[in-house]
Design a protein around this ligand. Structure first.
Ligand code: NAD
Length: 515
């Protein structure tokens, strides 16, 4: 493990996160400080939105809905092509802001923005996506045709977490507006500045006023959205307890909901795995984003004889990781988002040790020479963990690898399925049969075969199972189109249509036989 010389700190730049409701506006709530996780210094502020601010925003979004709905779908998709271009043009700027407010490395920030832009690209193809869902059946009865059309519903809102401040809003925004709805984003109050830059892009595109809106705030702002009569649906990503609250409260208020929760993901390494490739992949999955990823595999299970070599090579790879500011290109592991996160992860490690885990690598006392007040935790590796321990059942969200062994694949799969979550899981194998069994038997929404962070592309849906997801339609792709639209059946006939006698003869013959 090594430190590095950080770039010049940019934390002195003051900034403030504002709302966007057809234009930049300032809400009336409390002002909160935003701190840089690498320095723990305040560098910006965010003003929370009151219930009245939320009500005003929903009113404007609701007013914009009818015109936006009537805007030809080809025109709506042009706005998304323009948005893609704006985001492309400003992606480096967004990456810098994102890395500063979140702490993740610039490489991770750049990658995240690409995944976000990918969703804008997919949603720009909305004419095709909605067309494929429809289709007319002619002559369901004589001269009568039937079809299903997808129609937008009104105002949708998305509430997003701190760990992907640029990508996750773009899981929702492009699809909601492409399908003809208007939209409100409530980003995480811990990282509201990336959204400011996304909305600079929205502003530059020139969406009609009220189509794409941003409200900042915390729990009260969220609850005002959940309970408002003029919100049709809520998309949520965050921790499981809050996902449950969102799901039940929004449903009680008559809304459709998709609520993605927390995760506990295992990776299984078999004897046939190609360790040269598997090891860096596992390391990236566990320690990337300082472990603050819903797809992080924080428990790694070696099956059978692979365990000894796996252990040795993981230890050597961990030793090569560089901890530091995300703004330094050399950094592999950035800081945790807050001091409280550090304390929470530390307590989980302490409990694991009390419960019998062995601490093999301890990065908890890592101190950055330039940023001694930052929320840094160096890589931690625990061995001999079992499924009875809290640390193998609880989401860690920190740079911690828990190493376990299993005598065979069946035992490993039992371990993988032992948690209350079902977001993702990875197997490293070169045997098709093992891979198939894993995909078949593991109860998770996303399976990686030799892929440690199994994030689907924008044209596939993304969501977990069990305690990782509440709802039925996931984010992205075809599920997003279904979530943001209502299917209407249209049965039609025209009395002046010149029918042929042949068709009536067949119809009458059929009905006289069957009655
Ligand atoms: P969080 O649940 O604390 O916050 C998420 C959002 O909920 C924020 O916008 C926040 O303002 C709001 N919120 C927080 N408390 C609330 C309350 N009491 N009432 C109403 N709203 C409230 O999550 P986080 O710490 O920002 O993000 C990390 C979590 O998100 C992890 O559990 C991670 O696994 C999960 N996550 C899941 C996915 C997925 O796809 N399943 C993706 C990314 C992150």
């Amino acid at each position: 493990m090594s430190s590095e010389q950080p770039r010049q700190d940019t934390t002195a730049i003051a900034d403030t996160a504002r709302n966007y409701v057809g234009n930049w506006t300032d809400p009336d709530g409390e002002v909160h400080e935003i701190t840089n996780p690498a320095t723990n210094q305040t560098f910006a502020t965010v003003t929370y939105s009151t219930e009245a601010d939320v009500d005003r925003t929903i009113g404007i979004a609701r007013e914009a809905f009818q015109d936006w709905r009537e805007t030809p779908v080809t025109e709506r998709s042009q706005y998304l092509f323009d948005l893609k271009q704006e985001l492309e043009d400003h992606q480096e700027n967004i990456a810098q802001a994102l890395s500063r407010e979140h702490g993740k490395t610039l490489a991770e920030a750049r990658g995240e923005i690409r995944r976000g832009i990918e969703n804008v690209e997919v949603a720009a193809g909305i004419p095709n996506m909605t067309r494929e869902e429809s289709g007319m059946v002619e002559d369901v009865a004589p001269g009568i045709d039937e079809t299903a059309v997808r129609q937008p519903l009104g105002v949708f809102a998305a509430i997003t977490p701190f760990n992907f401040p640029a990508m996750i809003p773009l899981w929702f925004l492009p699809y909601a507006v492409a399908t003809g709805n208007t939209f409100i984003l409530k980003p995480s109050e811990k990282v509201p500045l990336s959204s400011q830059l996304i909305f600079e892009a929205v502003d530059a595109v020139g969406f009609p006023d009220g189509v794409v809106n941003l409200v900042n705030g915390g729990a009260d702002t969220v609850n005002a959205l959940l309970e408002h009569d003029n919100i049709e649906g809520i998309s949520f990503v965050g921790s499981t307890p809050i996902a449950k609250h969102i799901y039940t409260t929004a449903a009680e208020h008559g809304k459709r909901v998709q609520a993605q929760g927390g995760a506990k993901n295992y990776a299984v390494v078999t004897e046939s795995a190609q360790l040269d490739e598997a090891i860096p992949n596992v390391i990236g999955s566990v320690y990337g984003n300082a472990g603050q990823r819903c797809l992080a595999n924080d428990v790694v299970v070696g099956v059978g004889d692979v365990y000894a070599e796996l252990r040795e090579r993981l230890l050597s790879a961990v030793d090569d990781l560089t901890v530091g500011s995300g703004l330094n290109e050399e950094t592999d592991v950035g800081p945790l988002i807050t001091d409280e996160s550090y304390t929470r992860v530390n307590e989980l490690i302490e409990t694991a040790i009390e419960q019998g885990a062995e601490l093999v690598v301890d990065g908890r006392d890592f101190e950055h020479s330039e940023y001694p007040d930052g929320n840094f935790m160096g890589p931690v590796l625990l061995e001999n963990v079992t499924t009875e321990m809290d640390i193998t059942q609880t989401e860690i969200f920190g740079p911690v690898l828990c190493l376990a062994d299993a005598e065979d694949l069946d035992t490993a799969i039992e371990m993988v399925n032992s948690t209350e979550y079902g977001n993702a899981s990875t197997i490293y194998t070169e045997r098709g049969g093992e891979a198939r069994k894993y995909r078949y038997d593991v109860d998770a929404g996303n399976i990686g075969i030799n892929v440690g962070v199994c994030a689907p592309m924008g044209f596939f849906h993304f969501g977990g199972r069990k305690g990782s997801f509440f709802g039925d339609l996931h984010a992205q792709g075809e599920d997003a189109v279904s979530f943001y639209t209502e299917k209407t059946i249209s049965i039609e006939r025209y009395f002046n249509w010149p029918h042929t006698t042949v068709r009536y003869t067949i119809y009458n013959a059929y009905h006289s036989c069957s009655s």
